[in-house]
Design a protein around this ligand. Structure first.
Ligand code: A2P
Length: 265
């Protein structure tokens, strides 16, 4: 499929290692909140000296109704793409392949009462999309988003999205006050002091999370989950979900949970 050249409309640097950017959206692009796209830049091929596209997978962080696209990225000093991408400015062009893919789809989950969104690091990106989609709230009574990062600054992007949703009149009108009341934000840090310290996996295993919410645990008949983080995190959370009797679903066979790797590392 053809690559689409899009205009960067906003860049925000959250720390030395994290930034987000918004771009125009290809006219032809339709996607479901939670999916990812290939995004990149034209670079010079080291051997031939000719321009070539350098593309990497990025979860779309904006919801499907948004007329722009938003992405959230780490900056890897020697990363082939992010070492360049971190310098983009408003007005620059970036490449987008308008072919969405991914497993973090509401359609891959059976109806349930509570939705857990478990993220580490930049794994919050697909959930920034899903959380801003009104459809999410129609399907569940409660949505708990957990975000585990090393330090507090790494939580800021997700924290501000949730704060904006709960304060911005347009967002309140779009999602609905009653729906926003279903949303619970549960951030954790592992290497800096904060209100809730520890890996979410540890907090789940000890039962501390359930105590914090006054619930008995995770159950296949009520709970649904999506997880997005590092390979090690995904493996650990998957084992926990399976231990609680939940099964991994897909669009063709919806079940109780879905998992995807946080991209660009
Ligand atoms: P920790 O600081 O204990 O390694 P990273 O920056 O390495 O991708 O990690 C992002 C966050 O995810 C960190 O808070 C890290 O905790 C946590 N993390 C890493 N691996 C796991 C895992 N297997 N289970 C749960 N949390 C993890």
């Amino acid at each position: 499929m053809e690559l689409s050249s899009e205009t960067v409309t906003q860049v925000r640097h959250w720390s030395d290692t994290l930034f987000s950017f918004r771009t125009s959206r290809p006219d032809s692009l339709r996607f479901q909140s939670g999916e990812f796209l290939m995004v990149g830049l034209m670079v010079e091929d080291a051997e031939s000296g000719k321009p070539k596209p350098l593309m990497r997978a990025y979860s779309v962080a904006s919801p499907s109704w948004d007329e722009e696209l938003e992405f959230y990225s780490i900056k890897v000093p020697d990363g082939e793409l992010t070492s360049r991408l971190q310098h983009i400015k408003e007005g620059d062009r970036i490449l987008v392949r308008p072919k969405p893919v991914g497993t973090l789809l509401l359609d891959a989950l059976l109806p349930g009462r509570r939705l857990w969104l478990f993220a580490t690091g930049t794994g919050i990106a697909p959930f920034a999309s899903i959380l801003r989609d009104p459809d999410t709230y129609e399907k569940f009574e409660q949505i708990i988003v957990t975000h585990t990062c090393r330090e507090n600054t790494e939580l800021e992007y997700g924290r501000q999205i949730i704060r904006h949703m709960q304060c911005d009149e347009t967002m309140i009108e779009l999602i609905g006050r009653a729906n926003l009341d279903k949303l619970v934000y549960y951030p954790n840090t592992t290497r800096e002091t904060s209100e809730k310290m520890g890996r979410i996996t540890t907090l789940l295993k000890s039962g501390e999370v359930f105590d914090d919410f006054g619930i008995d645990g995770l159950f296949a008949h009520t709970d649904r989950a999506m997880a997005c983080g590092s390979i090690a995190f995904n493996k650990e959370i998957k084992d926990i979900l399976i231990d609680h009797g939940l099964e991994e679903g897909s669009r063709s066979e919806p079940k109780q949970f879905v998992i995807e790797r946080a991209f660009v590392d």
